[in-house]
Write a protein that binds this ligand. Structure first.
Ligand code: RIB
Length: 296
């Protein structure tokens, strides 16, 4: 089978991860247990996950000319990702994500740094690449105008675009119309479609809107009925990157021509495996692991 060709337009950051038994309240200081730096950023995570699942992946992004930037570039290369459009920019630091792992979940503050230089003009430079892909993926740690430009470019070229609207911010009707797949989690859904009934929103976007509900699975409307494709129970170590793994696996399966239900099940399995190890990319599975996991 030919490998699907996927471009990821998005963020590449270094994750600075603290583990602690207790999450500090505002104004409180607590003592933590460990500190680690690991590659992250929603775009980079999705690129790495898709590559491990067998896609030919091209990263379109920016990092600084600093140690974190060098480490991220090295990480892309060791995961077999094409980096012709991964620019190391002067005068801007590599993005960082400041993560607290406590009480069974994470909280994250992202400082975008060089990710803000993934501009519409930069995406236009990668136009020929994007037009040659089976699928493009994008998230929201790059500027809003970049998402709009990528949506227009993909729509015009007839290339499916998967928009993972994370972190949440309003997305215009025009952009929603131009993307093929939209994958908010529950919180992002509430913020994007404020005050609207979830089932009505799902009905408005059949086979386009996929709401990820963590351990419960993923919900969508198939044109006839609302469906919940259930997730797989596992022992969770770290949920960071689970959404990225879901998106990458879903995108990879779709780009391979698999149908929606099969793609969603594949994505749920990949995401469930990803949470069994520390770090956003630490538990991202290989294709063989997902296929084996689907048989269990
Ligand atoms: O989705 C997980 C990612 O979000 C982390 O790797 C961190 O970089 C934040 O951007």
């Amino acid at each position: 089978m030919r490998k699907p060709k996927i471009a990821v337009v998005g963020s590449s950051s270094m994750d600075l991860v603290v583990t602690s038994k207790k999450r500090p309240k505002p104004g409180e200081t607590v003592l933590g247990d460990s500190f680690k730096t690991v590659p992250g950023g929603k775009g980079a995570n999705q690129a790495v996950a898709a590559a491990r699942l067998g896609a030919e992946v091209y990263m379109v992004g920016c990092v600084g000319r600093d140690d974190y930037g060098n480490q991220i570039l090295h990480n892309f290369k060791s995961n077999g990702i094409h980096t012709d459009f991964l620019q190391q920019v002067p005068n801007e630091k590599t993005g960082t994500a400041h993560i607290i792992l406590a009480e069974g979940d994470n909280s994250i503050v992202v400082v975008k740094g060089a990710n803000d230089l993934v501009t519409p003009a930069y995406v236009k430079k990668a136009r020929a690449l994007l037009e040659s892909c089976d699928l493009v993926m994008i998230q929201q740690e790059v500027p809003e105008e970049t998402v709009a430009e990528t949506a227009m470019l993909c729509h015009t070229a007839g290339v499916p675009l998967l928009l993972n609207p994370a972190p949440a911010r309003p997305v215009s009707e025009k952009v929603i119309a131009q993307v093929s797949y939209l994958t908010p989690n529950e919180l992002e859904t509430t913020l994007m479609f404020e005050g609207k009934d979830r089932s009505k929103v799902l009905k408005q976007y059949p086979n386009k809107l996929f709401i990820t509900e963590g351990a419960a699975g993923v919900r969508y409307f198939d044109g006839k009925e609302e469906l919940l494709v259930p997730s797989f129970p596992v022992k969770t170590v770290d949920t960071t990157g689970a959404g990225d793994t879901f998106n990458a696996a879903f995108g990879t399966a779709i780009a391979e021509g698999k149908d929606l239900k099969v793609s969603l099940r594949f994505a749920n399995r990949a995401a469930s495996l990803s949470v069994t190890e520390f770090g956003a990319q630490g538990g991202m599975p290989l294709r063989t692991d997902v296929e084996k996991g689907l048989l269990e």
